[in-house]
Design a protein around this ligand. Structure first.
Ligand code: FE2
Length: 329
């Protein structure tokens, strides 16, 4: 094509282009070099600055705040799988971008090879959709009796993505220092959201005949495990769980859950099987005052700070306590 003078390679930056009677005249260098052409093909991908885009759909989405522009004008703000990030910083898990729009986050995002890879991983992301609250509750309800165990429940809840799991309308408005429970499903499996104000914790308690799985939806929680034998309560171990992690509340365990952060609340989702009817019969321990109590079925939370009729029995000087000594030399 070069020999036949049908192709000519020129280098330079396009300065301007103006229509003439017989085509378009393009000025392509600062010295004023010009070339006349019939057609122009832009191979640089769409205009990146979303604030000034000519694309009506993108412009409207941007005007409404649904698309966030990146600071260098390369494209839109996107998450790991191309999820759109709005101007206010919220991740929209239902709207994704692939290709040149993702240049701001990935730069190499215009070739077919990259777009195919993005489309592939996006398809996987969409197929393995993360359950929302309704889907979660329906999945739990539809578990057959033989599958109402932590193995099957773990399969369901391990797909929960805290960032994509909307529970904000369910949280109680409280200035109380005690933790708050919001039960969403009671039968055949219990599903409860727990809001942990900064510094709040449950009493040390046993699980009599039921076990549970907990997904940390926000903040961090700590689980401390204990054993009770020969009238001595021994602290066995403590583990921290961050956002998105799952902890297992073992059958017949004695433990405590705490939000040790004095500034940030935590939120966790608890699933119990078989669903305990109430807290009646739950034993709680006060490791400082060495008191032991049995809760009545009137107790709404597992705490020492509850109404009087929440206790069935309280024993003073009931046991000895041995804290975890792993930090001692
Ligand atoms: Fe528990």
């Amino acid at each position: 094509m070069k020999e036949a003078k049908r192709l000519e390679l020129l280098s330079g930056t396009v300065v301007s282009a103006s229509e003439t009677n017989d085509g378009t005249e393009v000025t392509y260098s600062s010295k004023g070099d010009k070339v006349k052409v019939q057609h122009i093909v832009n191979c640089t991908g769409p205009f990146g600055d979303i604030a000034r885009t000519g694309n009506e759909l993108l412009r409207n989405l941007y005007k409404k705040g649904w698309l966030g522009a990146d600071e260098f004008g390369l494209g839109v703000r996107t998450g790991k799988s191309g999820e759109i990030i709005t101007q206010s910083g919220e991740i929209l898990h239902k709207i994704y971008a692939i290709g040149p729009l993702r240049k701001a986050a990935e730069w190499e995002s215009t070739a077919m090879r990259e777009i195919v890879a993005q489309a592939n991983s996006l398809a996987v992301e969409i197929i393995s959709e993360h359950p929302d609250m309704d889907e979660l509750l329906n999945s739990l309800k539809s578990l057959s009796p033989e599958n109402r165990n932590t193995l099957h429940i773990r399969n369901i809840i391990s797909r929960i993505k805290p960032e994509a799991f909307n529970y904000s309308g369910l949280l109680p408005e409280t200035t109380d220092k005690e933790y708050k429970r919001v039960t969403l499903l009671k039968e055949p499996i219990e599903c409860t959201i727990i809001y942990w104000p900064p510094g709040s914790r449950s009493a040390i308690h046993n699980h009599d005949g039921y076990e549970g799985l907990v997904v940390v939806l926000d903040g961090n929680i700590q689980e401390s495990e204990y054993v009770f034998a020969d009238n001595i309560l021994r602290e066995k171990k403590s583990d921290f769980y961050g956002k998105g992690s799952i902890l297992r509340e073992k059958l017949n365990t004695i433990h405590r859950i705490s939000n040790n952060n004095s500034l940030r609340p935590a939120v966790s989702l608890h699933i119990y099987t078989p669903a305990p009817k109430n807290f009646g019969g739950t034993e709680i321990y006060d490791e400082v005052k060495l008191k032991k109590a049995v809760l009545s079925d009137k107790a709404k939370i597992i705490s020492w700070n509850i109404q009087e009729d929440g206790f069935k029995k309280i024993e003073e000087n009931a046991f000895a306590f041995e804290p975890l000594l792993e930090f001692m030399i």
